[in-house]
Write a protein that binds this ligand. Sequence first.
Ligand SMILES: *Cc1c(COP(=O)(O)O)cnc(C)c1O
Length: 221
Amino acid sequence: MSVTENLIKIKNNLPPKVKLVAVSKTKPVNAILEAYELGQRLFGENKVQEVAEKYNSMPKDIEWHMIGHLQTNKVKFIAPFISLIHSVDSLKLLKEIDREGNKNKRVINCLFQFHIAEEETKFGLNFEEAVAVLESDEFANMKNVKIIGVMGMATFTENEMQIKKEFSNLKKIFDNIRNKYFNEDPGFCEISMGMSDDYHLAIEEGATLVRLGSTIFGLRV
Ligand SMILES: *Cc1c(COP(=O)(O)O)cnc(C)c1O
């Protein structure tokens, strides 16, 4: 199956409210352009250098999403153009994004990444840590970041019940934060969850953004 065939099939089956982030990490420009020709505009990458190079060489109406762990000292390389950072997992990182947003005279959209999986290794905040950020004076003074939702990754397992439980937990976290800190602000609206193997479950649990790589572009080698 080609990128074109894969993408058409996926888009035809996606509920209209769910946006597709095509995860193009490790994939060449020609594969990305094939998706672009079909109207795909949201692309996700997990490495700073790779997304910066692709931004420079590709059509400027592409919206690049940073979905991988982001080091504070690398924010400056993506701050001029990044459309959404899914992986904010500390106050320190958010402060740096705010500082770089200010330098670039823009407001950078961000998601709080939550640790919802069983595995120890995955990055992310827990609820208390997110509350601490949201209630900090530093956050209150930030003018160049906007938190527009949450992101999470489920455990890598065959157990669908467990995956659904983890996604439903992220949805609850989203609802709690929206009620407490965003006063039902319609700008706080995104739930980024679901990858190639589990996005159907994520959609059932309320995902608004799904991040699909291999099911569009084929397996990464
Ligand atoms: C690679 C990656 C994806 C896409 O994974 P697939 O299984 O290829 O769909 C989604 N989210 C994150 C954070 C990733 O790093």
